[in-house]
Design a protein around this ligand. Sequence first.
Ligand SMILES: Nc1ncnc2c1ncn2[C@@H]1O[C@H](COP(=O)(O)OP(=O)(O)OP(=O)(O)O)[C@@H](O)[C@H]1O
Ligand SMILES: [Mg+2]
Length: 252
Amino acid sequence: MSQQPLIQIKDIGRKYVIGAETIHALKSVTLEINKGEFVALMGPSGSGKSTLMNILGCLDTPTRGEYILNGINVSDMSDDELAEVRNKEIGFVFQTFNLLPRSTSLDNVALPLVYAGYSKKKRDEMAQQALESVGLGNRVDHKPNELSGGQRQRVAVARALINNPSIILADEPTGNLDTKTSIEIMGLMEEIHSHGNTIILVTHEEDIAQHAHRIVRMRDGLIEDDYPNKDIKSVSPRLAALREKGTDFENI
Ligand SMILES: Nc1ncnc2c1ncn2[C@@H]1O[C@H](COP(=O)(O)OP(=O)(O)OP(=O)(O)O)[C@@H](O)[C@H]1O
Ligand SMILES: [Mg+2]
């Protein structure tokens, strides 16, 4: 396997010009993330976390600097090219779930597959399986307003996973959930990570960040701190037991 980082951003800047005012949402951010990492991105409101996530997810482009994703320089790509990279490489989970309100769980999860060109039958099969993998095999025909908050987020996670992306970007995925449901979602994130996925998760909550293996702190558009989490909290007893035994997580 190549040793090249999955994500390499070099001196990235993002400014917004509104009338006479220029806002430097990101001043200069340099970061490398390897395949299989589980990173929590923290920092005060307005520090640039979502701006950085949008760039990492190819939803936005920096005004300065370089972004190399999986060895490909995506900094200067057109919107169409970015959309293609996004579909292949990235799964998003948002605080507000972002599900289509009139569509069933199955249709919400199957949606990204439409762009990938699968037949309807194949899409439904894959979506059914993805919903089963997040424990919602019995909720495929429910619409978002017929599900609990945690179940909605599970649907969003299944949708994020459906294209088998290399990276899961989650911006405050537990921000609208109570403590118990947040822990369930973090258990799901841990399972996904244990299958080799790379996860980058924004959170305000120290408790939630403790599930990650690396913590990056931002302030005023800069990275203030970046360190391995020495005290990883695990909700999955199976994963905790494996960690006790020193199992290499990338290979299970
Ligand atoms: N589209 C935009 N136009 C102008 N300014 C913006 C835009 N998006 C973000 N900003 C500004 O950029 C800065 C960083 O915003 P960002 O959304 O990245 O913060 P954040 O760290 O995600 O905050 P929060 O924790 O509140 O979600 C803020 O000062 C914000 O006002
Ligand atoms: Mg934000």
